[in-house]
Design a protein around this ligand. Structure first.
Ligand SMILES: *[C@@H]1O[C@H](CO)[C@@H](O)[C@H](O)[C@H]1NC(C)=O
Ligand SMILES: *[C@@H]1O[C@H](CO)[C@@H](O)[C@H](O)[C@H]1NC(C)=O
Length: 269
């Protein structure tokens, strides 16, 4: 009697976790985050005992056993192909899947299954692919303040709900592209020229751009501090002088005569 391979795979799953068998194994990340519009390459590998021939490979969504024949995003035995889903793998051990120009509705639980000797071997509970919009792209800085003194340094990082594997990060100051790329922008030896609004974006087209982060490069703290001290001392001296003058005038008006000498000498002494 010929048994349906899908029934067999269900029985196999019920018998025990597949992942426990090192001969039959699918390896992929638990979750994978991607920003809408960019391309995701989900790494995947599988193993099977030597000498077995893989007849079919399938990537499906939201289905534990990839039984649905219509909604598989990739099926080597189907003529139907989705242009945005490319199977970069092979039938030997690589099951990498590429999703081109991801859209929100690609968010799903993805599962890989390979079929050998008439049996289907699904990977464990699959990759949770999360497609987020670019709105949560943020600039974070190594400092709490937005003010840095001349000659100082600051590191800005571009963050989002997704980690930035395989993503281009571009940086801008006041809307003009900077030559630096990558998730971190390190600015050192700061001068007033570095003052401005910094943004980062996740693709070269400038879409998925963060809110601006403003940097103000102030005067050197040392020089500033010295000036502050001088100005405070001058103000105090000026106040003392005015008080002295007021005292003299008051003494002269209210107590003319011999008493005046006393007050005067008190103030001076
Ligand atoms: C699987 O194939 C992809 C695409 O060709 C490649 O980038 C990746 O390095 C391969 N993985 C392994 C483990 O060989
Ligand atoms: C930076 O942004 C702030 C607030 O949005 C704005 O007031 C300021 O003019 C901007 N500076 C530059 C150089 O664009």
């Amino acid at each position: 009697m010929k048994t349906n391979p899908w029934t067999l795979s269900v029985l196999l799953l019920l018998a025990g976790p597949l992942g426990a068998d090192p001969d039959w194994h699918v390896e992929y990340p638990d979750s994978f985050c991607v920003v809408e519009g960019s391309t995701a390459t989900i790494p995947c590998s599988f193993t099977l005992p030597a000498g077995r021939r893989v007849e079919r490979v399938v990537w499906c969504t939201n289905d534990e056993f990839c039984r649905r024949l219509v909604f598989n995003v990739y099926d080597s035995s189907s003529v139907r192909a989705y242009r945005r889903f490319r199977y970069l793998g092979d039938r030997v051990g690589n099951c990498t899947l590429k999703i081109i120009k991801t859209v929100k509705r690609d968010t799903a639980m993805y599962r890989f299954l390979f079929q050998a000797n008439g049996r289907g071997y699904p990977g464990r509970i699959g990759v949770i692919v999360k497609v987020t919009d670019g709105e949560d792209v943020k600039v974070r800085s190594s400092i709490t303040d937005h003010v840095v003194k001349e000659g100082g340094q600051v590191t800005l990082t571009c963050t989002s709900a997704c980690s930035f594997h395989q993503l281009d990060v571009h940086w801008y100051r006041n809307g003009h592209a900077l030559s630096e790329t990558g998730p971190a922008l390190h600015l050192s030896n700061l001068t007033n020229n570095n003052t401005g609004n910094y943004t980062c974006s996740l693709d070269s087209s400038g879409q998925k751009t963060s809110a601006p982060w403003s940097l103000l490069v102030g005067e050197d703290e040392g020089r500033f501090g010295w000036r502050l001290t001088v100005s405070v001392v001058l103000k105090v001296l000026w106040a003392v002088f005015l008080l002295l003058l007021a005292g003299l005038v008051f003494a002269k008006r209210s107590a003319p005569g011999p008493e005046h000498e006393t007050v005067y000498s008190e103030v001076v002494g």
